[in-house]
Write a protein that binds this ligand. Sequence first.
Ligand SMILES: Nc1ncnc2c1ncn2[C@@H]1O[C@H](COP(=O)(O)OP(=O)(O)OP(=O)(O)O)[C@@H](O)[C@H]1O
Ligand SMILES: [Mg+2]
Length: 351
Amino acid sequence: MIVNGNNRHSDALLEMESVSVNFPVKRAYPFSKRQWIQAVTDVSLRVSMGETFGIVGESGCGKSTLANAMIGMIRPTSGTVRFQGDDLFSLNRQAFKAARRNMQMVFQDPFSSLNPRFTVYDIIREPLYIRGGVSESDMKGKVLELLNLVGLDEEDLQRYPSDFSGGQRQRIGIARAIILNPSFLVCDEPVSGLDVSVHAQILNLLMEIQQSLNLTYVFISHNLAVVKNICQHMHVMYLGKTMEAGAADSVFSNPLHPYTKALLSAILDIDVSRPRERVLLKGDTPSPIDPPSGCRFWQRCPFAMEGCKTIPAELVNVEPDHHVACHLISGFSSEQKAAGFAQPLSPQHGE
Ligand SMILES: Nc1ncnc2c1ncn2[C@@H]1O[C@H](COP(=O)(O)OP(=O)(O)OP(=O)(O)O)[C@@H](O)[C@H]1O
Ligand SMILES: [Mg+2]
């Protein structure tokens, strides 16, 4: 099931269907058992043209892996990625390269993502230079235009990344990401490596660029307040799986999954007139090498029931444009109830 979620097929720019990504674990000994890190499991989503689509979840839940699969940097272990209607991994080499140029990424860490030995000019123009077919003077003109767009000066062109603050480096990274005129930009925690004082400036810059260049964004963030402000749709991920998804307005106004509630409990609520139920999580996220059977969240869920331990929770549609994968919401069948699956676990479970 593809979830963004209403069923607007026509304006979809990117669709992922049942995408899973497993990484092999390095074997300690040549004959030890092969193990896999299940970084992303069975994620389906649809990003519509022109929107900002948020992905949230704790560190290690698979956000960057999903982002890399979206733009063809990682080939999924299973599932399909369609960009502009084409199956990305069935395209021939030339078409794949063209699609890849149309999908760019703004990285979390502007300190390590820029080559310290390149000048700003070389960093920004590099994708255009590699693509070829542009004269040096046109290239310079384009770089100057972008420099102006991201709020840097012409004098900055011959300087090196080490001469800039984190916020300025991120501006350079953004200019580089848009030099090939992409239609799709994945922003992987673009401000979390920066000083809080520049968060708003960089976010505003990204929003202005989206408007002026008519871009579609996937925006990955730990910061739910930001996602609430800028995203139209969102996915909440936990241990590689989608826990809740849909219109950001619905998810924020009516969070249903205990994990989403816990994430929301952790942010200061601007709307004090609607105090929220506080859900505090215990323990750490389990290993993605051997994730829990049943619902991946059951060990940390304060409302877990017997059945959550063994029966995977499927995403179900709870209201228009709002899906949740939780047995509390979807319920158990009468046979499952008779077998004791709806029995709450003791409050100490998972400890
Ligand atoms: N190339 C790789 N090889 C092996 N394991 C990987 C690789 N990339 C990611 N992983 C593992 O996959 C899981 C998901 O990682 P990922 O980087 O996608 O998480 P994330 O949600 O982006 O985390 P963060 O918020 O810290 O950036 C983690 O357990 C990580 O260690
Ligand atoms: Mg990441």
